[in-house]
Write a protein that binds this ligand. Structure first.
Ligand code: BGC
Length: 762
């Protein structure tokens, strides 16, 4: 009830917005409307950068062409500018060129921070901590809005079950339930309760839909997914993002079941708008509408424009020569309807009005500087990095290290002191000077008490095929001048031998993961395995820190390295967080958001497979290698010790629309305060389809002091038990028995059951 005045005010505002939009629509020409439906990259290459031919643009002509378009009001939105002075300058050009006074909308890939860089998204998901995830994107939104960015092309909510696909790093992993929770938290973080508020920006979940299932894990390649997988696995994070109020959705590059996703009326009109009630605007992925011709789908750009518009794509993101420049022509021939075009323009204008851009188109450049320098933001990033690290192995409790019991540490590996790699991919506005590497973090933590020696040990590794991202400064790694590989290897191993503990940082250079960074192998690149083996061979107790955005082949390490901590690309404050974890100031609490395959031959890999012939041989599906994962989904150790007991359900059976309450007691029997992610898994025994052996259906993070205990409750409502059934071609709640397991990972053994009196349909 207390919300009512606010709601009324919003309605009045909304009515006001509609009136203004109607008026503008009446006055705009078809070319001006097409302009509002066009978004350009503004691509000023960094000083001295060589243009990447794959971008297909002339680096000098491109920004000039965009400025001319602003002057003619044939573009209404820009991306890839982060300097507030530059944004103000471009906004002035936009307003001077637009006789209706319509300001430009600025978007950017604010993926894991703008200036304060957070751990990469897969790491944030590994925290299973929705509050921290929300806070992180709220910081990112504040920094972005301060420089004049109104909209993030994030979160990426694509389910990824094949880690060969480089963009697994941008999402929340393999699971739809975790993916949905993480997606909603990010939308809330970016937008708050309304993106029109101060310090907020529009969230744009992407890429609808199925991009993560690219054939062979090859970026941009086609996807074939059944409706069963789409509804049950790939759509839930999008639906959750829409329900959280996302103002935008982005299309995907590839063909989905034989139709370019960017021209799928089914996706953008039937599913997104009609089924989920999405009221925001849809943007194409970059150049994806021109691609409709590349795909062999549209005959030409006019056809592409007409079909994308009819599908429900409102805004075209383009580098140059957009298809939507042909909309006036398509209107003339009747290939596209005036109503469709007006509906698109309406959604864009609504967003601009809701953001308050007509009243406040410019940003305060001094304030931007202050916001970007906010120390509080760095603290949030440090906590996020601490919570996202996953302790994969800790044999003999090698961790935490006791600084008082150590005289020396050797920090080994080419990633140990690489600022750029510590930040991870998909960042552009970072400050390398303030970035804390693992080596920096350890040095600062132990001060003069412990001798810290360091060596890269091996040369950096280059991609076989360079990426378009390599043209941005510092993205291509380089060896120090005069690097002598053999001597360096010997030196690194010598340092390890002489030290009380060796810390090896190994993984992938950041330009090996992300967009256009798919891989045919999961091996540690370069000589990193040999280096690790040599260090372990010295007999010095060794800790492996994995810097990665995808699971790597750690079979040797999992048997031979006593302690393995996955630190991902931990961001600006990464080294500080890692040192806090290594020396026990905080306990690791992250959990894997994917099943960790043993080898690339395992992929795609999921824990939530169905049961089939010879289930007793599930771990022996290959003759040459166990088919169980190296580490299961949800796995992550702690310096605490958690015991689960007293699992109860509040009633033996539940009607279709009923909710069941599950309780469990969690006790920390260890001697350190630590956080545990309590996970609940569900399994339907029989029904109108075969259901997965278990699926995540609830999780909660709890922090417990030594010997403390807490009762944790989960509600299992119909929305958790309902699924899309292939036999019914509909949503069903089957009559069945359900098994529940609760524990600290997806192999949890504590179990209970309940029955459901079923009913098909919604
Ligand atoms: C990516 C999108 C991104 C866009 C703009 C595309 O290549 O697929 O995820 O938002 O570029 O940078």
């Amino acid at each position: 009830m207390s919300d009512q005045p606010q709601q009324t005010e919003r309605r009045i505002q909304a009515d006001g917005i509609q009136g203004q939009v109607d008026e503008l629509l009446r006055r705009m020409t078809p070319a001006e409307k097409a302009g509002q439906l066009t978004q350009y990259f503004y691509f000023r290459l960094p000083e001295g950068a060589a243009p990447e031919p794959a971008l297909g643009m002339d680096p000098d002509a491109q920004p000039r062409a965009v400025e001319q378009a602003l002057g003619r009001a044939t573009v209404g939105s820009l991306l890839f500018v982060t300097d507030p002075a530059e944004i103000n300058r471009l906004q002035r050009l936009a307003l001077a060129g637009n006789r209706h006074g319509i300001p430009a909308l600025f978007g950017f890939d604010v993926i894991h921070g703008l200036r304060t860089i957070f751990p990469v998204p897969i790491a944030m998901a590994a925290s299973w901590d929705v509050e921290t995830i929300e806070q992180g994107q709220a910081v990112a939104a504040r920094e972005a809005r301060a420089v004049g960015i109104h909209w993030a092309f994030a979160p990426m909510v694509d389910i990824a079950r094949d880690p060969r696909w480089g963009r697994i790093v941008e999402g929340a992993g393999e699971d739809p339930f975790l993916g949905a929770a993480v997606a909603a938290a990010q939308v809330r973080g970016f937008q708050g309760t309304d993106y029109g508020q101060e310090d907020r920006i529009i969230a744009g979940p992407k890429h609808l839909a199925g991009y993560g299932a690219a054939l062979g894990g090859r970026d941009y390649d086609e996807v074939n997914l059944s409706e069963y997988e789409l509804w049950n696995t790939y759509f839930p994070p999008f639906k959750a993002a829409v329900e959280a109020g996302a103002g935008n959705v982005m299309t995907a590059y590839m063909d989905l079941n034989g139709v370019p996703a960017s021209a799928s009326r089914w996706l953008f009109t039937e599913v997104l708008r009609q089924e989920w009630g999405f009221g925001g605007f849809v943007v194409s992925d970059a150049n994806a509408l021109r691609n409709l011709v590349t795909h062999g789908f549209a005959a030409d750009l006019t056809d592409a424009a007409a079909r994308a518009m009819a599908a429900g794509v409102d805004l075209e993101m383009a580098i140059q020569d957009p298809a939507y420049a042909h909309l006036p022509e398509a209107l003339q021939t009747g290939a596209v309807s005036q109503d469709a075009v007006d509906a698109g323009v309406r959604r864009i204008l609504e967003a601009k009005l809701r953001l308050g851009l007509f009243d406040n188109p410019y940003v305060d450049e001094d304030r931007a500087r202050q916001v970007l320098a906010d120390r509080q933001h760095r603290q949030v990033a440090r906590v996020a990095a601490e919570r996202s690290a996953v302790l994969l192995r800790n044999d003999g409790n090698l961790l935490p290290l006791d600084p008082d019991g150590l005289a020396s540490v050797a920090v080994i590996g080419p990633l140990a002191d690489s600022r750029r790699d510590t930040l991870g991919p998909w960042v552009f506005d970072f400050d390398l000077d303030e970035t804390v590497t693992v080596l920096d973090g350890i040095r600062r933590k132990v001060g003069d008490r412990v001798r810290v020696a360091s060596a890269p040990g091996i040369p950096v590794v280059q991609r076989v095929f360079p990426s378009m991202f390599d043209m941005f400064g510092g993205n291509r790694p380089e060896d120090p001048e005069g690097f002598d590989a053999e001597a360096e290897f010997r030196r690194a191993v010598g340092l390890a031998e002489a030290a009380d503990v060796a810390v090896v940082v190994a993984g992938e250079w950041q330009n090996m993961i992300g967009e256009a960074a798919s891989r045919s192998s999961l091996a540690l690149p370069g000589g990193q395995l040999e280096l690790l083996q040599a260090v372990v061979g010295t007999g010095t107790p060794t800790v492996l820190l994995v810097m990665n955005g995808r699971p790597l082949d750690l079979r040797w390490a999992a048997e031979n390295v006593p302690a393995i901590l996955d630190i991902w690309y931990p961001g600006t404050q990464g080294g500080t967080a890692v040192a806090n974890l290594l020396f026990g100031e905080v306990s690791p609490s992250g959990k894997l958001p994917f099943s960790w395959p043993r080898t690339v031959g395992h992929v795609p890999f999921i824990y939530s497979h169905t049961r089939s012939h010879e289930p007793q041989n599930q771990g022996r599906r290959y003759w040459d290698e166990p088919s169980a994962p190296l580490f299961p989904f949800g796995h992550g150790l702690s310096y605490g010790r958690f015991v689960f007991s007293d699992l109860t359900v509040d009633r033996p059976s539940v009607p279709p629309e009923g909710t069941i309450t599950v309780s469990v007691q969690v006790t920390n029997t260890g001697d350190r305060e630590a956080a545990e992610v309590v996970q609940l898994y569900l399994h339907q025994r029989h029904g109108t389809a075969s259901r997965p052996v278990r699926e995540l259906n609830g999780f909660q993070r709890v922090t417990l002091s030594p010997q403390a205990s807490k009762q944790v409750q989960f509600k299992i409502g119909p929305e958790h038990r309902r699924y899309w059934s292939t036999t019914e071609r509909d949503w069903v709640l089957d009559t069945s028995i359900f098994d529940i397991w609760v524990g600290g990972d997806s192999t949890a053994q504590l179990t209970a059951t309940f029955a459901q009196d079923g009913q098909s349909g919604r």
